[in-house]
Design a protein around this ligand. Structure first.
Ligand code: GDP
Length: 305
């Protein structure tokens, strides 16, 4: 399975570290738990979430008195599954909600350069089109060199309409036109690419606010979804970006990319726990098909094999 392949490095590293913590031990004692804590932290689960998981395991070990080390993996697995469950990381498919007056569903995509934002938009467009939906893309990242060109390439590859006004155009103007075109054409879903200049939070906030205000004028309630794209292979950096962006605007969904080729997949667990924003999609490769709706059970199954 694609997900298993995508999470292979994380799984290998994770499971081998866990195995090492219990070598030569029959019972789960403080030393094993200390080592397990270390494993979770070095697997990019994040300090706060790690402490939470360890405390829960400690409680369970205390309650059940003698827990054999052979049970540790199963216990960890169930605690991680429970944590994902608590964090309303809902299992969704690529379903698109409908809106009054047949207005399109509008997704605004944010994220810093290089995280895989354009690729994720292309993959999403592909999935939606494959479901028979009419998709319109809006190239409102008019700041990063080649961002517009890249999105045009994706629109051609997937075969969906794109609205663009070239580089340096006003992002709000692009967003406005995109929604007008989408409405006129009876589109089901609009995906708007935006610039993510994190180094200037006030600018970023102002720009996103302006784009949102303009969208709202064409489609009431838009954007219905603000999707933040994070690069999973950057581990703790992805947390920082999630924090910064949620200060600048209301993020309500996450896409975590590049989980293939990294052992830092634990970042998904920590980010969903710390941010309380549902992880909706994960990226496990560069191809069109390599975006998956996040499924808690499938994720835990792939992680523990
Ligand atoms: P942007 O600057 O955020 O728009 O980033 P791009 O979409 O241009 O992606 C940057 C690089 O990351 C490209 O080479 C993509 O092919 C690659 N990429 C994006 N998502 C994934 C993923 O899930 N897995 C892998 N391996 N590469 C990815």
């Amino acid at each position: 399975k694609k997900l298993d392949q995508g999470l292979e490095k994380t799984k290998e590293s994770f499971l081998s570290k866990i195995t090492r913590t219990v070598v030569g031990k029959s019972k789960v004692d403080d030393e094993v738990l200390d080592e397990l804590e270390e494993v979770l932290i070095t697997s990019d689960v994040g300090v706060k979430t790690t402490i939470k998981i360890i405390e829960r395991i400690e409680e369970r070990v205390g309650r059940e008195k003698y827990v054999n080390t052979s049970e540790l993996q199963g216990i960890l697995r169930s605690e991680i599954a429970a944590l994902l469950e608590e964090n309303n990381t809902s299992d969704i498919d690529y379903e698109i909600p409908t809106h009054p007056e047949n207005n399109p569903h509008v997704i605004m995509v944010v994220g810093v350069n290089g995280v895989g934002k354009t690729t994720t938009i292309g993959k999403l467009a592909y999935q939606f089109k494959d479901m028979g939906k009419k998709v319109v893309l809006g190239a409102a990242d008019t700041f990063r060199a080649a961002a517009v060109d890249q999105l045009i390439i994706w629109s051609e590859r997937v075969g969906v309409k794109i609205v663009e006004q070239g580089m340096q155009a006003d992002p709000a103007s692009v967003a406005f036109e995109t929604l007008q075109v989408a409405k006129a054409q009876g589109a089901d879903v609009v995906i708007i690419d935006t610039a993510g200049r994190l180094h200037n939070k006030v600018n970023l906030m102002n720009e996103l606010t302006k784009i949102k205000r303009v969208m709202e004028k064409v489609v009431p309630g838009a954007p219905h979804e603000i999707l933040l794209v994070l690069d999973g292979s950057t581990g703790q950096n992805a947390y920082e970006q999630a924090k910064q962006f949620s200060l600048a605007t209301e993020i309500n969904a996450l896409a975590i990319t590049k989980l293939d080729g990294t052992a830092k997949g634990g970042v998904v667990i920590g980010i969903s726990d710390q941010m309380k924003i549902p992880v909706k999609y994960i990226g496990v490769g560069e191809q069109m098909m390599d975006l998956q709706p996040f499924n808690k059970k499938a994720f835990v199954d792939s992680l523990f094999g």
